[in-house]
Design a protein around this ligand. Structure first.
Ligand code: PAF
Length: 282
């Protein structure tokens, strides 16, 4: 496995693979890799001849009061995780490599990004769409892999790839959880032991909501209330949103009967965690 830091090196390596007739998968990450990222890599390794992992804490997707500076970084740890999962190349660019002086072009979206996480993170998806488009242009993969934990991000990237005729397949990969149900996230490391002990309430609450739907509940409002009440049993849980939206357009929906995304964002102290479930119906 190789680690490279320049766009030129990535392009040369991918060109060589292409000349050999090999397919290429891309796993975009911000590093501090965990089993959730390794699951993305394993899917890519399974589907493609070669796998590129990008490891870049992207400044344009963080708001001014967010955790860009303190976001955990550890390349030794990341290299080990990539190696274990069978990745072939890590792209570890500097901020200057991705955003050289004079940079002023962005990819933005009108729909899908205003609600859910977009409501409290107004520039977030513009930064995500911009860096992901740059990575698609740099690597030109056959497939790119995104976790379902960031369900809005997955939906936004699928839409962007369709709208802008980006020539690749976007693959969504199921959430990987800790034994107690907490969705794996690089930000879990911020939690104190007390808050870490409370955080599995998110998955418990979502499971309760899902069970209600499976038992026949069709009112989004009632399911939303079930999820909210359960989260509120945790003394330090500060709810940002509990939403049930149409999975096709991320608009709020009064009924749980179609394809839906149930998504939550909750703060434990200063740590903001998200989780969700999706029910897809024809
Ligand atoms: O999901 C993430 O880690 C980031 O948003 C991504 C897709 C790597 C873009 O920086």
């Amino acid at each position: 496995m190789k680690i490279v830091t320049t766009i030129k090196e990535v392009r040369e390596q991918v060109a060589q693979w292409r000349a050999e007739g090999l397919t290429v998968g891309l796993v975009p990450t911000m590093g501090y890799l965990h089993e959730g990222h390794q699951s993305l890599m394993q899917h890519s390794v399974h589907d493609n001849d070669r796998t590129v992992v990008s490891d870049f804490v992207n400044p344009t997707q963080f708001g001014p009061d967010e955790d860009y500076e303190s976001y955990p970084r550890d390349i030794q740890h990341d290299a080990k995780k990539c190696d274990e999962a069978g990745a072939d190349l890590i792209f570890l660019p500097s901020v200057e490599e991705m955003y050289p002086g004079g940079f002023c072009s962005f990819v933005d979206m009108n729909g899908l990004t205003k609600g859910l996480c977009g409501a409290s993170r107004p520039i977030h998806f513009r930064g995500v769409c911009t860096v992901v488009t740059k990575l698609f242009n740099i690597v030109q993969p056959d497939r790119a892999y995104f976790g379902q934990k960031d369900a809005q991000q997955l939906s936004v990237i699928r839409r962007m790839a369709t709208d802008l005729n980006q020539n690749l397949k976007i693959i969504g990969v199921p959430i990987v959880r800790e034994e107690d149900g907490l969705a794996k996230s690089s930000r879990n490391t911020y939690l104190t032991p007390e808050l870490r002990a409370e955080a599995p309430v998110l998955n418990r609450a979502l499971q309760k909501g899902k069970a209600a739907i499976e038992a026949g509940e069709t009112s989004s409002e009632i399911v939303r209330q079930i999820i909210t009440d359960e989260i509120n049993t945790a003394p330090n849980a500060d709810i940002e949103y509990v939403e049930i939206v149409d999975w096709n357009n991320l608009e709020p929906t009064p009924s749980t009967e179609g394809s839906i995304l149930a998504a939550v964002a909750v703060r434990f102290g200063t740590t903001r965690l998200i989780d969700n479930f999706i029910i897809e119906r024809d």
